[in-house]
Design a protein around this ligand. Structure first.
Ligand code: SF4
Length: 333
C-alpha cells in the first residue's frame, strides 16, 4: 500500500526574466513546467537530467525556499504551500537539504561543532550543554571524531566537510532529506564513503531522500526509484533497477548508454550518443514533445502534441508516443 511522505502535483515554476527592449514583454523561463511525483516513506527517489532540466529548482520548491507559480506540495499530509511563516519554520525541521558544496553551507569562521549545533539553537531545542553533547554525538554518527568539535572547516577535506554538512542536516531529525548533488564535488575516492554513510544513516534514522544528480551511475546505486527530467518535465519514472535495465524514453536510453560502466568503450558520460544537438532553451521550449528536436525516433505527431506521462506497467511511466499503444493496453486492463 502507498505510504507517501511527499506528494507533488502539477508543480510549475516560471521565472520572469528582464525584457530585452523597453517595450518587450519579459521572457519567461519555464524551469519546472507541470510535474507530479510522490516520494514513499523511507525510499530514495532520484531526480536526474542534464543541467537546466529543473531538478534543483524542484528541490527548492519542495522546501519552499522559492515560491511556485502553481501546483501543490504536501509533506506528511501538511500542505506546504498553505503554511504561515511561523508554521513553515516549524515544518523546515522536518525537511533539510545537503548541497553540493559543503563550504557554501558552513560558516568558515564557526567551528564545525557549533555549525552542527546551530539548527538546534535556531529552533530553540535543548540547552547549551545538551547542544554541545548532541553535536559531538552527530560528529561520531557521520564518522568523525567528537574531538573535532572546535576545528574550523578549512582544517578539513571536502569529504569531511560534507560529513559535517550531513550531521548538521541530521541533527534536527528530519523526515525528508534532499541531497542536491551531494558527492559531485568530492574526489572519486571519497564519493563511495559518503554514499555509504548516506545509506547507513538512512537505515538508522528511517529517512526519506530526494537525491538529485546528473551522474546516473551514482543514482543507480542509491535510489529505489528514478525520475528523468527534461526541460522542466518528467519524461520517465520507474523503479531504478527497471529503468536502468529497460529504459523506454529515447532520452533515458541515451543517458543510460552514456554511463561509462554500462558501456566502457562508449562515449563519455557527458555526450549522448545518437542524440543531436544541445538542450533547447527553457525560455522557448519546443512545441509538442519537448525532446522532438533531438529525438532519433520522432514522428509527425511528436511536433504537434505533447505526450502525457503514460503508465507502462508496474508504476513505470513514460512520456513518449512510441509507447502509447502499451499505455492504452495497460489502461484497458
Ligand atoms: Fe521521440 Fe516522439 Fe517519443 Fe518525443 S514522443 S521522445 S519525439 S518518439
Amino acid at each position: 500500500m502507498s505510504d507517501s511522505l511527499v506528494k507533488v502535483r502539477s508543480l510549475v515554476k516560471h521565472f520572469k526574466l528582464e525584457p530585452k527592449g523597453l517595450f518587450d514583454a519579459p521572457p519567461v523561463l519555464r524551469a519546472v513546467d507541470g510535474i507530479d511525483f510522490d516520494v514513499q516513506r523511507g525510499e530514495t527517489l532520484g531526480l536526474v537530467g542534464e543541467s537546466g532540466c529543473g531538478k534543483s529548482t524542484t528541490a527548492r520548491l519542495v522546501l519552499r525556499l522559492i515560491e511556485p507559480t502553481s501546483g501543490s506540495i504536501t509533506l506528511d499530509g501538511v500542505d506546504v504551500l498553505a503554511t504561515s511563516k511561523k508554521e513553515l519554520m516549524a515544518l523546515r525541521r522536518e525537511m533539510q537539504i545537503v548541497f553540493q558544496d559543503p563550504l557554501s553551507s558552513l560558516n568558515p569562521r564557526m567551528s564545525v561543532g557549533t555549525s552542527i549545533a546551530e539548527p538546534l539553537r535556531f529552533h530553540r531545542i535543548a540547552d547549551k550543554v545538551e547542544r554541545f553533547d548532541l553535536a559531538r554525538r552527530y560528529l561520531e554518527i557521520v564518522g568523525l571524531s567528537k574531538d573535532y568539535y572546535d576545528r574550523l572547516p578549512h582544517e578539513f577535506s571536502g569529504g569531511q566537510n560534507q560529513r559535517v554538512a550531513i550531521a548538521r542536516a541530521l541533527i534536527l531529525q528530519p523526515k525528508l532529506l534532499i541531497l542536491d548533488e551531494p558527492v559531485s564535488a568530492l574526489d572519486v575516492s571519497i564519493r563511495a564513503q559518503v554514499l555509504r554513510l548516506l545509506i547507513d544513516v538512512q537505515a538508522e534514522f528511517g529517512l526519506t531522500y530526494i537525491f538529485i544528480s546528473h551522474d546516473l551511475s551514482v543514482v543507480k546505486r542509491v535510489c529505489n526509484r528514478t525520475a528523468v527530467l527534461y526541460l522542466g518535465k518528467i519524461v520517465e519514472i520507474a523503479e531504478s533497477e527497471r529503468l536502468y535495465r529497460e529504459p523506454l524514453h529515447p532520452y533515458s536510453q541515451a543517458l543510460i548508454r552514456a554511463i561509462p560502466e554500462a558501456n566502457p568503450d562508449g562515449p563519455r558520460a557527458d555526450s549522448l550518443a545518437g542524440i543531436e544537438g544541445d538542450v533547447p532553451s527553457p525560455v522557448n521550449p519546443p512545441q509538442g514533445c519537448r525532446f522532438h528536436t533531438r529525438c532519433p525516433h520522432r514522428m509527425p505527431v511528436c511536433t504537434e502534441k505533447e505526450p502525457p506521462l503514460m503508465e507502462a506497467g508496474d508504476g513505470h511511466k513514460v512520456a513518449c508516443f512510441l509507447h502509447q499503444e502499451a499505455a492504452d493496453h495497460s489502461d484497458g486492463q
